[in-house]
Design a protein around this ligand. Structure first.
Ligand code: RP5
Length: 168
């Protein structure tokens, strides 16, 4: 995509199935985004360059996903003044707790808005990105309100189905 508002960077192609959850949300809301694979450890120079150039390309925020010793979001945050949303990947010997701790424990001065581990975090990263963009894009704001209303209606429907099943 030539003019992405959101840049999704992940440390490995093994993160892609999880990060598709963020991509799905951005696609549903009509947010232009770009997905890249770049590692804080395996390709540090390219990662730094991606982050440093993002703002000049029109990107408004970056979603960074990594597992294990997950430095990607912090490294990216250090190279840009754009807001960075971090998604710790599950898996590995410590099931994502390692990535969560690495990502969430940023030293004061360089924030990373860290989401939950895995697919829920990836989905919420997409939604959080929409919320930030909605501050300046009324169309995204309207879609976000509709999304929330739909979610609430679905819960009510599920409750109604439960009550109906119990009545039999
Ligand atoms: C991290 O190491 C990646 O973000 C990935 O979650 C994890 C494992 O990478 P692979 O060995 O599967 O490429 O840098």
């Amino acid at each position: 995509m030539s003019n992405p508002l959101v840049l999704i960077v992940m440390g490995s192609d093994s993160d892609l199935p999880t990060m598709e959850e963020a991509a799905k949300i951005l696609t549903d809301f009509g947010v232009p985004f770009e997905m890249r694979i770049s590692s804080a450890h395996r390709s540090p120079k390219r990662t730094a360059q991606l982050a440093a150039e993002a703002a000049d390309r029109g990107v408004k925020l970056i979603i960074a996903a990594a597992g294990m010793a997950a430095h990607l979001a912090g490294v990216i945050a250090a190279e840009t003044t754009l807001p960075v949303i971090g998604v710790p990947m599950g898996g590995g010997a410590l099931s994502g707790i390692d990535a969560l701790y690495a990502m969430v424990q940023m030293p004061g001065g360089i924030p990373v808005a860290t989401m939950a581990i895995g697919k829920a975090g990836a989905k919420n990263a997409g939604l959080f990105a929409v919320q930030i963009l909605a501050l300046q894009h009324p169309d995204f704001a309207a879609k976000f309100v509709a999304y929330r209303d739909k979610m609430a209606a679905e819960v009510e429907q599920k409750d109604a189905a439960l009550q109906a099943a119990k009545a039999h």
